[in-house]
Design a protein around this ligand. Structure first.
Ligand SMILES: [Zn+2]
Length: 96
């Protein structure tokens, strides 16, 4: 796999470590669907980002016909399409 031009960093401002996870939720309005990114995180900050992302999703207002699933944790792999990202249900269970 080619090296990315620049590393992606954890969203925690004071952290600065490389991000290895993506917290994202499947969203759809019935016509198009996408993975909405909530945060990129290093392993240390993952629990914080995961919980705040879930809380944000619960508080999010949806329009009629709009679907927003609870955010999940995905392995962050540059250059892979969202659909191909590996979901880490094992980590999600530990952090709920
Ligand atoms: Zn971090």
């Amino acid at each position: 796999m080619p090296m990315p031009p620049y590393p992606l960093h954890c969203y925690t401002k004071s952290c600065g470590k490389p991000a290895v996870y993506k917290i994202a939720a499947r969203w759809s309005d019935g016509i198009t669907a996408e993975l909405k990114t909530y945060a990129l995180s290093c392993p240390d900050c993952l629990a914080t980002w995961f919980r705040s992302s879930r809380a944000k999703q619960v508080a999010c207002r949806r329009a009629r016909g709009e679907i927003l699933e609870p955010p999940g944790i995905y392995d962050l792999e540059r250059g892979k399409r969202d659909r191909a990202l590996h979901r880490r249900a094992d980590l999600e269970e530990q952090l709920v």
